[in-house]
Design a protein around this ligand. Structure first.
Ligand SMILES: O=C(O)CCC(=O)C(=O)O
Ligand SMILES: [Fe+2]
Length: 220
């Protein structure tokens, strides 16, 4: 399941992050690519301790985002990375490492939070393979795309301006994407029913099923 998440951060916080990134030191992005991806990775990555509070703020905003919580069921988040793509930069087709860091985080899901408005740069689409073809994303600043880290994906070359993004990976409580989708649908339906009719016998039965499926499937 690929999902767009709107308004992770309000405009004034995006402006603060953009300003901090304007002052930050960036290094060659190949430093953090696995060997299979390093050959196609041509971007820059921020390496600046001054960004730590902003990374923490983004992580907190993600965790507080209701759709993110239901769709990802996060157990652990990889520390937020900030990347910059200037003209000529790109990240060719690759798959992300399955395990990252120490202790290893299993990358079930990947997330790109767009930090630049789409009209300020050309190119720089995040293009994700799925069984029906390819899906491309270039979202407004403050919006994010959440996608299975199991997919091949790429960032097309930037030809004008600068594309700034925050990136993270998620180890989910629910390893299996099909099970995660069932829980997402059931939880969404249950909440919609509650909003429409309040607490009912049907709502209680759906809540019971959701809780029992979590007991069966979750890896806490
Ligand atoms: O810049 C992006 O949107 C995604 C980057 C990416 O695929 C990665 O860092 O592994
Ligand atoms: Fe990637």
């Amino acid at each position: 399941m690929q999902l767009c998440l709107g308004e992770i951060l309000p405009p004034e916080r995006l402006a603060a992050i953009a300003a901090a990134l304007g002052r930050a030191r960036f290094i060659d992005g190949k430093a953090t690519a696995g060997w299979n991806a390093a050959g196609v990775k041509a971007n820059q990555q921020a390496e600046d301790p001054a960004l730590a509070p902003l990374a923490a703020e983004i992580e907190a905003a993600l965790r507080a985002h209701p759709v993110f919580a239901l769709a990802a069921r996060p157990r652990r988040l990889h520390p937020i990375l900030f990347a910059r793509y200037e003209p000529g930069m790109t990240y060719g087709p690759h798959v992300d490492d399955a395990l990252m860091g120490e202790p290893p985080l299993r990358t079930d899901l990947a997330l790109t939070l767009f930090l630049s408005e789409p009209e300020t740069y050309d190119g720089g689409e995040l293009s994700i393979d799925h069984p029906g073809g390819e899906q491309s994303y270039k979202l407004p600043a403050g919006a994010a795309v959440l996608y299975p880290a199991t997919s091949l994906h790429q960032v097309t070359p930037v030809t004008r301006g600068a594309r700034l993004v925050a990136i993270t990976w998620i180890q989910s409580l629910i390893r299996d994407p099909g099970q995660r989708e069932i829980l997402f649908d059931l939880d969404t339906a249950r909440r919609t029913l509650f909003a429409r009719e309040g607490k009912s016998r049907e709502f209680d039965l759906m809540s019971k099923s959701l809780a029992n499926l979590l007991r069966l499937w979750a890896e806490p």
